[in-house]
Design a protein around this ligand. Structure first.
Ligand code: NAP
Length: 254
């Protein structure tokens, strides 16, 4: 029997209780990964539901809680995963937040919140695992950025700037750790039908405009995003690093 792709591998997925992160956790578990599914404690019942669903279908999943923007909590979470599993092969930095305000109405605290979760959170969880990856001379990091990090839209300057930073962070980190056997890539979703994605189409007219702008004429679904993550995590992507791949149905082409 051919072993499943992630057999004997372990993955940590942040922001995994719902939306894109949940779909990634489900896909990785189906590939054989032992998945540590992270989210905030307020998502405990959603995460318990995910763990139960994956376990029922024969997969392995454990819930781990922390706010990815809190350095101490991140270190404790990563330490706990490493003690439990012995090693981690794949980190998916997915946790993220979005709000919509024109620049003139963004309060400094709201600006900071975008960067604290989207950018600093990605940095903190990555940093907490770097020594482990380097020590093993192996590891995969996939950052969930956004097409907004390549071409921003009105009302999302703080979000788009935080995601542009994730794309650049991905490139620089890839240069720093390529020779340690670690690849770092980013996935840039377009408009995906999740709680967050719905901020981009608050009524029928804006939904129609989003679809019209998209070559495929439809929104994305969380299941549309997971293949790119699984690919970057796989042996097929062993010689690919520092890239940021749009998964957007053709809404932008660079
Ligand atoms: P979502 O449905 O809002 O899910 C995001 C998850 O991250 C939630 O469970 C959220 O918990 C969790 N989270 C937020 N802050 C956290 C923190 N500090 N620590 C740990 N977990 C935290 O969003 P999504 O649409 O699935 O988005 C997932 C990723 O894709 C994000 O990075 C997002 O920026 C990116 N993305 C999404 C779209 C889209 O159209 N949906 C497009 C491009 C990129 P709470 O709900 O409790 O806050």
């Amino acid at each position: 029997m051919i072993p499943r792709r992630g057999e004997n591998h372990t993955a940590l997925v942040t922001g995994a209780s719902r939306g894109i992160g949940r779909a990634i956790a489900e896909r990785l578990a189906a590939e054989g990964y032992r998945v540590f599914a992270n989210d905030l404690e307020r998502q405990a019942s959603e995460l318990a539901d995910l763990v139960a669903e994956i376990t029922k279908s024969g997969g392995r999943c454990e819930a781990v809680y922390c706010d990815v923007s809190n350095p101490r909590s991140v270190e404790d979470m990563v330490h706990g995963c490493l003690v439990a599993a012995g090693s981690i092969d794949l980190l998916v930095n997915n946790a993220g937040v979005l709000s919509v305000h024109p620049v003139a109405e963004i309060e400094p605290d709201e600006w900071d919140r975008m960067f604290d979760v989207n950018t600093k959170g990605t940095f903190l969880v990555t940093k907490a695992l770097l020594g482990h990856f380097r020590g093993r001379k192996a590891g995969r990091i996939v950052n969930i950025a956004s097409i907004g990090g390549k071409r921003g839209g009105p009302g999302q300057s703080h979000y788009c700037a935080s995601k542009a930073a994730v794309i650049n962070f991905t490139q620089v980190l890839a240069m720093e750790i390529a020779r340690d056997g670690v690849t770092v890539n980013a996935v840039c979703p377009g408009i995906i039908d999740t709680d967050m994605g719905r901020n981009n189409y608050r009524n029928e007219e804006s939904l129609r405009q989003v679809k019209e702008k998209t070559a495929m004429g439809r929104l994305g679904y969380p299941a549309d995003v997971v293949g790119a993550v699984a690919f970057f995590a796989s042996d097929d992507a062993a010689f690919i690093t520092g890239q940021s791949l749009n998964v957007d149905g053709g809404i932008i082409f660079h």
